[in-house]
Design a protein. Sequence first.
Length: 326
Amino acid sequence: MTSRNGAGHAFGLGANLPWVTYGCDFGANLWRPRGGLAARSDLARLADLFGELSAHGLRLLRWFLFCDGRAGIRFATDGTPLGPDDCVAADLDAALRLADRAGLGIVFTLLDFHWCKPARIVDDVQLGGRRAAIGEARPRGALLDRVFGPVLRRYGTEPAVAGWDLFNEPEWVTLGLGTVQPATALDAGVMRAFLADAAALAHAEARQPVTVGSASAVWLGLVRGIGLDVYSPHWYDALDARWPLNAPVAALGLDRPVWLGEFPTRGSARDLATLLTQARASGYAGALLWSVLATDTASDFAGAAPKLAAWRSEAGPGLVSPSVFS
């Protein structure tokens, strides 16, 4: 996929789901011993929602998979990953059925930066505290070989999987980039090596494109040259001074397409039409709005939907394609 500068180039549209219940959509834990998505009783409601997203012209859905490690992965007592639990495949299959019926492609985000945050125990379930599974050789190898590998292998040719996002905003737990707290961060070289190993594994086991959800374009140096197929930096007002949305994508000097992996639908000084128009004019190949079901201060899909329809009407043809991420 290639993009062209200017307002008229082909431009993909999608959304960050990014979860139904954070960290619990895929796999089981003590809170949800029967598993996540496949065990839900409201899949018909989700099917209707996905149909609505498709009707709005959205073709990609970014969905977080293992998040902070609270569900879906079996761990040894020392924290070494042992593999996906017995519910993960059924939950992923359920997600892909929903997406396929709606004509959506899913970009699965394997880990969230909260994976590396200090551990918290809530009702006997550990949240975060998994930094060693990236920073130390043996558990890192186990995470790649025993957890990522089986998932990538099983779904690596699945048509409804549009891509693999290895890590959501790793900069927030990378020393010298998004944080200066060594007790809760990883060295940039360690993080980069992990992402490079994960990218190589994804290419070996799967056919879909591989990306990383960078917190800002200003930090793309962390992932430049590690073998990604698509770059997907995020943009929010707070970081615009570091890399403005209207800065030309060509100025990044990248050899792959660049998507806007997240942008706010609430709380921005710019309205939705302005954000999308600027992203397209800057040369982004597409954009994924934040978000459909998250409840944070940057999310308002209900309010964004009619504005999105108006923008699509004014922007003209050539916006979307089922294969825009490939």
